[in-house]
Design a binder for this molecule. Sequence first.
Ligand SMILES: [Zn+2]
Length: 367
Amino acid sequence: MEESKDWRRRRVRFLLTKAERNLDRVTKDKEFWRPRFCRAFFDWCDENAFDAPNLAVKRASMAVEIAEKTNDRHLVCRAMGLLVSGHRMVSEFEEARIVLNNALALAEGCSCCLCDLYRRKGLLHLYQADNEEAHKFFNLAIAEYKNIEDTDGVGRTLVSRGISHFYLVGVDEALADEDRALQLLSSETPQIFHLAALNNIAGFLALGDERHFSRVSQHLANFREKLKGVDGFSSVRVRLRWIDGLVLARIGEYRRAIQMLENAQGALLRLRQDPEVVAISADLSRLYYEKENYRAINRVASKCLRTIDVQGKVRSLLERLASFAARETKRTLDVITSLRAAVDVPVPCLIEAAKAPKFTNPEPLAC
Ligand SMILES: [Zn+2]
C-alpha cells in the first residue's frame, strides 16, 4: 500500500518535470489527463504564479483544459479557480469575476469546490482593497474547508485572512492567523504558502512592537526544526533564519543577528539564489554599518562580486558599496539602501521598516 502510494507520487513528480520542460505537451498528451496529475499541476500553477504572473493565465487555461478531459466537475471547478487567480494577478478583475461566477454555478453547493472558490473570491476582493468583503469570503472558505476536514486548506486561507485581519482589526489578530497558518500547512503544500505566511509575519512585525518578537522568534525556530531534512524546503529554512536575524536586529541583538545572516548568506550562495544573496548582503551591510564595521561591508560586497553573476545596476551598486566602504564614508548607507531596493525578494527589510516612521504598507503576499 505504502509502496504503491510512493510509486504514484514519484510518477506524478516525473510527469511534472516533463511538463515543466515542455508545457505545451500537457494538453496534447493523454498521460497528463489524470486526476492525480491535475491536482499536482494545479499546485504547480499556484506555486509558480508569482515567478511569472504574465504566464499564469496561460497555465491556468491549460489546467482547465486537462481538467475538462477528466470529466470530473470538481477538478474543472478547481482549475477555473486557478484561472480566476491568473486573471487577478495581471489585474484583469472583470475577466476574473466572470470565470468565478461560472465556476460558482458549476460548484452547485459542493463544499470541495466552494472552499477553494470562496478563498479565491476573497483574494479577488483583497486585491481590489475591499477588505471587508475579502474577510467575509475567507471566513466562508474556512467554514467549507472545515466541512470537508481539510486543515491544509484552512491554513492556506489563514495566510490571506491574516491580511484582511491586519487591515480591519490589527497586528495581533493578523499575526495569530499567520501563526496558525504555519501550524496547519503541510509539508506537501506549495512553498509559496509558507513563504507568504513568513513574509506577512515579517511585514506585520515591522509594524508591531517588541512584545511580539520573542514569540515569533520562538515560532521561527520551531518551524525551522520541523522542516529539517524535509525535501525541497532548504530555501524556506534559510529564509526563516534570515527573518530571524532581522527580528534579532530589531531587539538590538546585533551579534546573534549578524551570525544568523552570515550563516543564511552562505546557504543562499550554495543554493545559487543570486537575488536573495544580494538582498541579504545589503541587510548584513546594514547591520555592519550600525556597528561602523566598514571593513566587513567591503568584504561582503567583494564576496558578492566575486561569487555570483550580477550585471547592470546591481553590479555597479555593489562596486560602489565596496569602494565607499573602503573609504569609510557615511554615504555607504545610501548605497546599501539602493542596493536593497534594487532586488525583489519576498523577505522585507525589517530594519528599514523600523526606521521609517511613515511605513504603513507591509506589502503582504496573498496567494
Ligand atoms: Zn466539489
